[in-house]
Ligand binder design. Structure first.
Ligand SMILES: [Zn+2]
Length: 78
């Protein structure tokens, strides 16, 4: 009896691993096909969150998405 349930558990684990492997492959493929623009993926050096493009009084700039918790900003270079 116990052996049966163990077999089933093993089968489920195998399936889960296969699914993970497929997902990893899909990730690699999509990364190679369409690389995301690096300018959109700016990271805040202070807290590691994404930076958002903001438009202020003196032009556009990157601001931390965790503002006001983190107030790091960066010039866009324009
Ligand atoms: Zn930040």
């Amino acid at each position: 009896m116990e052996d049966e349930t163990r077999k089933e558990e093993l089968e489920i684990k195998k399936l889960e691993i296969k699914e993970l492997e497929i997902k990893e492959l899909e990730k690699e493929n999509s990364d190679g096909a369409a690389k995301p623009a690096k300018s959109d993926k700016k990271r805040c050096p202070k807290c590691g969150s994404n930076m958002k493009l903001r438009h202020g009084e003196f032009g556009s700039y990157y601001g931390c998405s965790r503002f006001p918790v983190c107030n790091y900003t960066e010039k866009t270079g324009e």
